[in-house]
Design a protein around this ligand. Structure first.
Ligand code: FES
Length: 517
């Protein structure tokens, strides 16, 4: 897929609503190889750019390096909700940690909402920021019980919420809550605004700069890239999951795909606020206006990366949306990736097993906008003040039993099974000729296991399917036309080039005989 100049591309084939008519006018700089920067931030999504701006405006000299450009990763595919509550409920945090941890979780999230608004106001970022109410509704007795827990635990930690009979649900519901002071925005316009301000304050942005490795010198980190070395006192991995070799965090976070559509309606029933059901799989709806046209933004049907059927998830989401709203046209449909943390709370702070001056942030669940911003608050405080109010809660080195999160335990077991089982379980395909164009498949060909993709012209591209991160077998994602690794979420395009870490190296190409092609 060839991108237009300044076009914002993403880590998949599908385009998100946010890519429409948004250009990245950033002029990528060159690193000063001799200079020692205060901080190198790897990754130009909401986490990286917010961290960079907070540090730069405090007087530090920072450089942001991204393997592509701002918004290439999950920030460009989010549904852009800004909430005072999270997928991990305050009750779950209280049960897994304690009451004080639940309070700190809520407090830090509340501050992140205020920080986003403050940055929008201070720097006049034109990003469609809009305050909203957030409605959550329960349709069954079980859901009502969960809703009651959410109500009680939210009130306990000081979050503004109450029971309502006015939820704008499109189905009959038993009980509903309304959260005050929620918001929405255009995520790409927001982070491009942050990036512009960062550059205005003297910050350096390096686009198309993959950091291959980081060496530890005496008090200095030396990052290696094709554009030369970048020296920095601190390094922040704002890459959604730290890249490179195997890290503890890769085993404490499970990768998920999340699905979103944008649609026009035949009537004007677009919701004014943010609406969430409690089904499994869940759904949410909101409205966004782009170039004068209203769009219903609907999401849900998440599943673990490399599991499930991405095309079915999208078609189920579309079908469900059509059962609730009079859809005229589905204009965009896309997916993005997030990581579910083992004990429900993100990992933000010093990277376990690394030098004291390397930081990471991951495990945001489906709350990347607020928890990416929390990460920026915590990491910038750790770098500037050497301490953060939330350091202990989010400590990536914490040891927590995960008994309360049975889903995660099940998923970790699945990773082990993938390591061992996939080497021996092969879908047999008689001939590569049977493969439909535009699709990929893991096949055994002449005794060798291959990841093969047949492009639209009928040419077969063959790859070694062994993920370059830690050796799991990738799986074809026919919606995003990517090879997705079920273990820690690395993703590659149809030709094997890395789209998403933790892998840094492309899949190996395999030559096929002329007869096979
Ligand atoms: Fe870890 Fe593929 S992402 S093995």
């Amino acid at each position: 897929m060839n991108a237009e100049p300044n076009e914002i591309t993403r880590d998949g084939e599908n385009k998100s609503l946010w890519q429409r008519n948004v250009k990245d006018e950033t002029i990528s700089a060159s690193p000063d190889n001799a200079k020692i920067y205060d901080a190198l931030i790897v990754g130009a999504g909401i986490t990286g750019l917010t961290t960079a701006l907070l540090l730069q405006k405090s007087g530090l000299k920072c450089v942001v390096a991204d393997a592509h450009h701002a918004g290439y990763g999950t920030t460009g595919g989010t549904s852009a909700h800004i909430n005072t509550f999270a997928d991990t409920t305050f009750k779950e945090v209280e049960d897994a940690f304690d009451e004080e941890s639940a309070r700190l979780f809520a407090e830090s999230i509340g501050k992140s909402v205020k920080l986003i608004h403050e940055l929008v106001e201070t720097y006049h970022i034109d990003c469609d920021f809009d305050w909203k109410k957030g409605y959550v509704y329960a349709e069954t007795d079980d859901e009502v019980k969960q809703l009651d827990d959410i109500l009680e635990s939210s009130l306990n930690v000081g979050v503004e919420v109450k029971i309502t009979t006015q939820a704008p649900a499109r189905v009959a519901y038993q009980k509903a809550l309304v959260f005050e002071n929620q918001a929405q925005f255009h995520p790409l316009k927001y982070i491009l605004g942050l990036q512009k301000e960062f550059i205005r304050l003297g910050g350096i942005v390096l686009e198309n700069t993959l950091i291959n490795d980081i060496e530890r010198g005496e008090g200095i980190n030396i990052a290696k890239s094709e554009n030369g070395e970048i020296k920095a006192l601190s390094v922040v991995y704002a890459t959604h999951i730290p890249p490179g070799g195997i890290n503890l965090l890769h085993f404490e976070n499970a990768p998920y795909r999340s699905y979103v559509i944008a649609a026009t309606l035949t009537d004007d029933a677009y919701p004014d606020d943010l609406v969430y059901d409690m089904k499994d799989p869940y759904h949410y709806f909101r409205t966004h206006v782009i170039d004068g046209q209203k769009y219903l933004v609907a999401g849900g049907h998440d599943h673990k990366t490399g599991h499930g059927d991405p095309e079915k998830a999208l078609s189920d989401l579309i079908e469900f949306t059509k059962s609730c709203y009079n859809v005229a046209e589905v204009t965009e449909q896309w997916s993005s990736q997030y990581f579910v943390p083992a004990d429900g709370v993100p990992y933000i702070g010093k990277l376990p097993g690394d030098s004291k001056s390397v930081y990471a942030a991951t495990g945001f669940n489906g709350n990347g906008m607020i928890l990416g911003t929390v990460s920026a608050m915590v990491i910038s405080d750790l770098i500037l003040k050497k301490t953060s109010l939330y350091e202990k809660l989010y400590d990536p080195g914490r040891i927590k039993p995960v008994a309360g999160f049975t889903e995660f335990v099940k998923e970790s077991a699945d990773v082990t099974a993938r390591f061992i089982g996939d080497r021996f379980k092969t879908e047999k395909v008689d001939s590569l000729n049977q493969l439909p164009v535009g699709t990929g498949e893991i096949v055994t060909y002449e005794g060798q296991k291959l990841a093969v993709y047949k492009d639209e012209s009928g040419k077969v591209h063959a790859l070694d399917p062994v993920c370059k991160h830690a050796g799991c077998i990738v799986k074809w994602n026919n919606s995003e036309k990517s090879w997705d690794c079920p273990c820690h979420g690395a993703r590659y395009n149809a030709e094997g080039q890395v789209l998403t870490g933790p892998a840094r190296v492309d899949l190996d190409k395999v030559s096929l005989t002329a007869e096979a092609e």
